[in-house]
Design a protein around this ligand. Sequence first.
Ligand code: KG4
Ligand code: ZN
Length: 328
Amino acid sequence: MLILGIETSCDETAAAIIKDGREVIANVVASQIKTHEAFGGVVPEVAAREHLDTINIVVNEAFDIAKKDFNIDPDDIDAYASTVGPGLVGCLLVGLNAAKALSLVYNKPYIGINHLQGHVCANFLETDLKPPFICLLVSGGHTQVIKVEDYDKQEIIASTTDDATGEVYDKVARLMGLSYPGGIKLDKLAQEGNKKAFIFPEAKVKENEFSFSGLKTAVLRVVQSYDKDNLPVKDICASFQERITKTLINKTKKLADKYGIKTIVLSGGVAANSELRKKLFALQNEGYKTFAPQMKFCTDNAAMVASCAYFNPIKTDEPLTLEAFSRN
Ligand code: KG4
Ligand code: ZN
């Protein structure tokens, strides 16, 4: 089964064609980072307009790659999918309407997917991973631990009470004067710093909760205690990264133990983080099976959308009536 997926929930315009939920035929991503850099973050209206300008280009490129590399024609595509939410509604509408239009033109089904379930499915791309597993989903908008019992049977077993992990990364990066998108820059600087330079606190919350506002404030206090020119940026980055990744992995491990599941996987943009991946893979020494999506499938992409359309679509008898939504 060949599915063309489209992703436009935030600041990436993406189209991909995936065979049977796992095999990548074409994967095209156009990032808007350069556009939003000047504003220090994503401007929803600007993002939506850029999706409109780019959507036909990325879809055509996906079709072209499929033809050139696999001799697949548009008529061979079995279904068209897009992210329905959560995300920026003006942005989502562009991908949703493009996928619905393609489905009507080629007379094939339209499939809607939830962006978060899409991130989980990034783990199925070019792997043979099968449920059950525990998934730590860390993105710009969410921090969740999800018990994936089967492809379409998932339960959120922990989530954040305040900021999402990517959000904390971006805010802490900004405190230190790093420009948008801060998460990846913070990660790079952290690799050159001393992770023991500062001891940041861990929030005392329930086993099914994360909270990062205290950590954010603790970093702010340290930043304020230096004058700007002498700020030990690399050490603060390393110490912050050590604290947050330790909390995320320890908590996920405890929940995996609680539910007796020995496979742990990552997903979402922060799954690209070097230290988080290192700590996850180190769990193999303790008898866990671990997976993380390839780097290109961590941040927003359409390959995960097409995979999710195959494994875990939004269930409805009338997919063409699905409407974009901003929050879960
Ligand atoms: O999943 P994603 O592409 O978009 C959302 O669905 O939110 O995640 C984007 C988030 C941003 O907050 C970005 O700063 C963060 O992922 N991110 C990282 C890294 N790469 C991306 N955070 C920490 N370390 C990274 N290497
Ligand atoms: Zn995302």
